[in-house]
Design a protein around this ligand. Structure first.
Ligand code: M6R
Length: 606
């Protein structure tokens, strides 16, 4: 949450910052701002605006300044409304500051240091800026050290001091921040997307260490002033991967990247047609010895976990729970040394998921994380990491990350079943060959989008929509419903089809869209009966079945058939249909598909 960019070097800082903010806008888009040091005297320039980066860009058009050092920010508001004053950077005396995170004790700091009358914004960030200025007298390190000793909470700070013309200072706790140096200068950013146009080599700023960016180098020191050499990481994708490449929206592009993402995630884990995780460094004992599994995640990643549970529990026959990461710490989780905790996270930075990971480790559990972003905090803190290879996901609504999280859970489930004697080699081989067919099934959906647009034109007119299914289909419908509501703002709910008549069916009116998933043979008849119940009450039914299913007369208004013959694997093409349904609905309503209101891509506050 919130995008941070800082640059000092030989290039035009304004240009670098605005370009970086555009790349980072998916992290928060309430407001944006920049501060530049001119390099002459104590001149500094501050421009900040409520609204998207485009508004800031317009405001910067007339700015005539030569600067090679500056910081920029895109905001996702936590403290204080969305307005120019609350936007970052914040200036207090000689200090200019941008911040991602939440300072929990800012009220106490205001009282303790008597800042109340000097504050102009409602933000916790300005309090930190005041505190830095209070402690600053020529020694930036001393001021930073004293400030972070006073502060509790999470923060990634990027700081400039008015009388230090070409340096940026950074420090963080929990909230992510990376840094990179190349011949044109030094960069700091909340994630690598902003530095990728310049270099693919970067490092994650270690917590509680002070990083100094100069034109010539970046140096890192611990709080005692000892030099530190952080590990240099390399990104294996380039700037094209983070651009729209001719698609009108990132979301549509990312939906189309799914077949390749599936192949990239599955193929490297296969040896002789069977799953093998030796390259990932995941020993079989971890999968063989656990007595229960706890899948912990948020949002879409949690819904991938729901599918994982519905798949793995009946095969392995050990308890699998799915825990909402933000609740995990407060529900006395039944996690111990015999539990395998599967953490699922695209960004690897979701703070609630990270906190659940840390608690799981304290409880003695082994933690295996399914993560997309290399080197992210969750990846670094886990015992084992299963990287998904989706490439950068920019649209706030997760699509390709979900698809590869599913593929990873399927691979893990299959390997577990093999080594626990639940699958014979032949069964495992057959499972993998069907899983490998998922990319082709998704491709077929992407080739025939017209009918999905027709369905979207009906859904776009609705105020409510329902997604129903039984068993695995219910697990798939949870994500379908989230996708629709987050980008189309249509109230959508997922229900186990048999549960409707216990209350929810009261909401069905003439033409209420009901997306009915019926891809599971053993409960097909029962699901069809539930569909009849909503149909009888006037619902507009969009039915999804497997190809070849017998469709009773007049059971639906629109029918999609997914090209998957085995029940376990229908989620892949079904997910593609539901994603496209949400996409076209949002687009037809003229909404901001990639940046839906109130949301941000990476949720780094609790
Ligand atoms: O980065 P993570 O996978 O940990 O993010 C978790 C959720 O915030 C995320 O899946 C969110 O629900 C999706 N962006 C919604 O499409």
């Amino acid at each position: 949450m919130c995008g941070i960019i800082g640059y000092t070097g030989h290039l035009d800082a304004l240009k670098v910052l605005l370009q970086g903010l555009e790349q980072l806008e998916y992290r928060g888009y309430d407001s944006a701002g920049i501060a530049l040091l001119s390099g002459k005297g104590d001149d500094k320039f501050l421009i900040k605006k409520a609204g998207p980066v485009a508004t800031l860009k317009d405001a910067c058009e007339k700015l005539d300044v030569e600067s090679h050092c500056g910081i920029g920010h895109t905001r996702w508001a936590t403290h204080g409304g969305v307005n120019d004053t609350n936007a970052h950077p914040h200036i207090a005396g000689k200090v200019t500051l941008i911040h991602n995170g939440i300072i929990e004790n800012y009220h106490n700091i205001i009282e303790k240091f008597g800042f109340r009358d000097s504050l102009v914004s409602e933000t916790d960030t300005e309090v930190a800026a005041r505190l830095l200025d209070y402690y600053y007298s020529k020694d930036p390190y001393e001021a930073i050290r004293k400030t972070i000793r006073e502060i509790t909470g999470s923060y990634a700070f990027c700081i400039m001091f008015e009388d230090i013309h070409d340096k940026i200072f950074c420090v963080r706790n929990v909230s992510p921040m990376v840094a990179a140096h190349m011949k044109d200068g030094s960069f700091v950013a909340s994630d690598v997307t902003a530095v990728i146009p310049y270099t693919n080599r970067y490092f994650v700023i270690p917590e509680y260490q002070i990083v100094t960016l100069t034109k010539e180098e970046i140096f890192v020191q611990d709080l005692e002033g000892h030099p530190v050499s952080p590990e240099i990481l390399e990104v294996n994708w380039n700037i094209e991967a983070a651009q729209k490449n001719g698609f009108p929206h990132y979301m549509l592009k990312e939906i189309h990247e799914q077949p390749e993402a599936l192949r990239n995630t599955i193929t490297p884990r296969l040896k002789d047609g069977l799953p093998d995780f030796s390259e990932d460094g995941i020993p079989d004992e971890v999968l063989a010895e656990c007595e229960k599994i706890s899948i912990v995640a948020c949002g879409t990643a949690m819904y991938a976990g729901m599918v994982g549970k519905a798949l793995i529990e009946p095969i392995i026959k050990i308890p699998v729970s799915v825990n909402i990461a933000s609740e995990f710490r407060y529900e006395s989780p039944l996690v111990d040394e015999k539990t395998l905790v599967l953490i699922v996270s695209q960004s690897g930075e979701t703070i609630d998921t990270l906190a659940a990971l840390r608690l799981s480790k304290e409880c003695g559990a082994k933690v295996l994380s399914i993560v997309n972003v290399k080197g992210s905090t969750i990846a670094r803190e886990s015992d084992y990491v299963f990287y998904t290879h989706a490439g950068p996901e920019i649209a706030v609504a997760s699509t390709k990350a979900y698809m590869v999280q599913l593929a990873s859970l399927y691979l893990i489930g299959c390997r577990m079943a093999m080594i626990r004697g639940k699958f014979t080699e032949n069964t495992a081989r057959d499972f993998i060959s069907r899983l490998s067919g998922a990319s082709t099934a998704v491709e077929k959906i992407l080739e025939h989008k017209e009918q999905i647009k027709t369905a979207a034109s009906v859904v776009a007119k609705a105020k409510d929509a329902f997604f129903v299914g039984r068993g695995l289909d219910y697990a798939f419908s949870l994500e379908g419903s989230l996708k629709l509501k987050e980008i189309s703002y249509i109230h959508a709910e997922a229900y186990a089809a048999g549960e409707l008549k216990h209350g929810t069916i009261a909401l069905i009116e003439e033409n209420t869209p009901v997306v009915a998933l019926a891809t599971q043979d053993h409960i097909y008849g029962k699901t069809i009966s539930n569909i009849r119940e909503v149909r009888a009450r006037g619902a507009f039914v969009i039915l999804i079945t497997k190809t070849g299913a017998e469709i009773p007369e007049d059971i639906c208004d629109i029918h999609f058939a997914v090209p998957m013959s085995h029940d376990r694997f229908t989620v892949f093409p079904v997910a593609a249909i539901l994603q496209l349904l949400a996409y076209y609905t949002s687009d037809m309503k003229g909404l901001n598909v990639d940046k839906p209101r109130n949301l941000a891509k990476s949720v780094t506050v609790e």
